[in-house]
Every structure is written in structure tokens, then in C-alpha cells.
Design a binder for this molecule. Sequence first.
Ligand code: ACO
Length: 259
Amino acid sequence: MTPEELAHAGLDLAVDGVVATITLNRPEVRNAQVPRMWAGIARILRELGDDVRVVVVRGAGGTFSAGLDLSLLDPAKPEEDGNFIATLGLPDQAIIDQIGIYQEPFALLASPRFITIAVVEGHAIGAGFQLALSCDLRIVADDARFCMKEPALGLVPDLVGTKPLVEAVGYARALEICASARIVSGAEAGEIGIAQVVAPASELDGALAAMVDAVTAHAHGAVTATKQLLQDAPSRSLDDQRLAERTAQVGRFRALAGG
Ligand code: ACO
């Protein structure tokens, strides 16, 4: 994407060796998310070169993201990307299809091609929480504040966050967090399995560098094949998972012999 396209999407992109960093860059509205931002993230992820092994997602200005840009829910505040309330005249299927497009960048963050890391400081609310959950790993400031606010607004979380939340904390804790729409601190996020690393905000960059070193230390093919196995494990029977392991290992044997 050109610098102009990135700016229009409210994004910044930096690629440094095997690491691509996508920064939500609308700090004046706490990195509130709009559809052109989602389209931009999807395009970046699709266009990244095969040499990129890690994708970092973070927010500018000391906060991750205040979630959906609320102007999209307020017909009195027309936003460039339109207004969600105005779409209610469409048939249900058209709205379902549109949300499916909005979900694409969140789903693409699960691609086995790379390991995705959210670096969260400040707030991660609603769509912000879901964006962080859509990454493989989360490095979180101890005073960060997560909130699945959608139910408090009469909505459901619909940006791919429900499945990773349940997988991270279990059904009962996920329900409690979502139904209450309460704040989960960074420290608690570490205790209940949402965050893999919790550190003071001033130490997040060091923690990120250490994580990047750790997850890029070994053969890319082995890591991506292992990620695929782990992702698919919950939905497979033990026998099917055993078969998937054997099949993946043949690929690894051949890659090792060939290289
Ligand atoms: N959408 C649009 N604008 C926003 C949003 C948002 N989600 N969040 C903050 N802003 C704007 C504010 O209106 C304010 O604009 P102004 O300077 O023109 O008045 C500016 O960003 C700064 O916001 P403050 O509230 O002053 O910042 P503060 O740091 O005190 O608070 C916080 C940050 C807690 C994130 C607060 O802004 C907030 O609660 N935002 C709304 C969160 C929300 O409800 N998101 C939707 C969740 S549901 C979903 O994502 C599907």
C-alpha cells in the first residue's frame, strides 16, 4: 500500500527484516476502528512477502484501540465509511455478508504463514479486544484495560473474538467477561491466559524483541506446520490429529532431506 493509502486507512506499516509491524494510527480517537482500517489490514496481510515471519499489531499514542468508531452507530454523525444503522434497510444476508468482509483481517491474523503478536497498552475495548484476541500472542502492559463492551451496547462481539477468548480462558470465564462487559486489567489478563507476557508499559518493546527472537529462532517451516497442527487440534479427534501429525512430519522429513 502507498503511504497515502495507509494514511487513509488510519494505519502505519513498517517491515524490518522478518518482522512486519502494523500500527493503528488514529490516536486522536484512541485508534477507533473503521471499515477502511479493516480493509487496509486485510490488504497488508495478503500482500506481505513470504519472508515475513512475525506480524506485530499495536496502537499509536499509548493505547491499543478504543474499538469500533462509535460514529458508525450514530446516524447523527456521518462517517466517511457510512453508518451501520443505515444498513438496516438491507436484507439480512447482505448485512451478514458485509460483516463477513469486516471479519477478514481478524481471521487472516490466524494464518499459519506467520506468528502474530498484539502489543497492548492503554485500552483494548470491543473491536480492540477482539483484534488483540485474533493475534496468536499478546504482550500486555500490566495497567492495560481490556473490555468486551459489545453486550453493554446491545451488541454481540462479531469480529472473530469469541472463539479465541473461549479457547484462552474457558467458556465460563469468557461468559462472565462478556456478559458483564467489565474491565480486565493487563495483570489479570496474564493470570487467566489472555496475555502470554505482562510487563510495565516501559518494558513492552524489550519484551516484544525477546518474543520475536524466540519465535524466529527455529526453522520457519517447522514453526508454521506446528502452528497449523495446534490450531486444528481442538476440532479433531485424537486419531485424526495423530494422522495430521504423521502427515506433517513426512513434509518435514522431506524438507530436511532436501535442504
Ligand atoms: N469511537 C469514536 N471516537 C472515540 C472512540 C470511539 N470508540 N473512543 C474515543 N473516541 C474519541 C473521543 O470521542 C474523544 O474525541 P474528542 O477529543 O473529539 O472529544 C477522543 O477520542 C479521546 O477520547 P477520551 O474519552 O477523551 O479519551 P480517554 O483516554 O479519556 O478514554 C476510552 C479512552 C476509555 C477508550 C474512552 O474514549 C472510551 O470509553 N471510548 C469508547 C469505547 C467504546 O465504547 N468503544 C466501542 C466498543 S464496542 C465495539 O468495538 C464493537
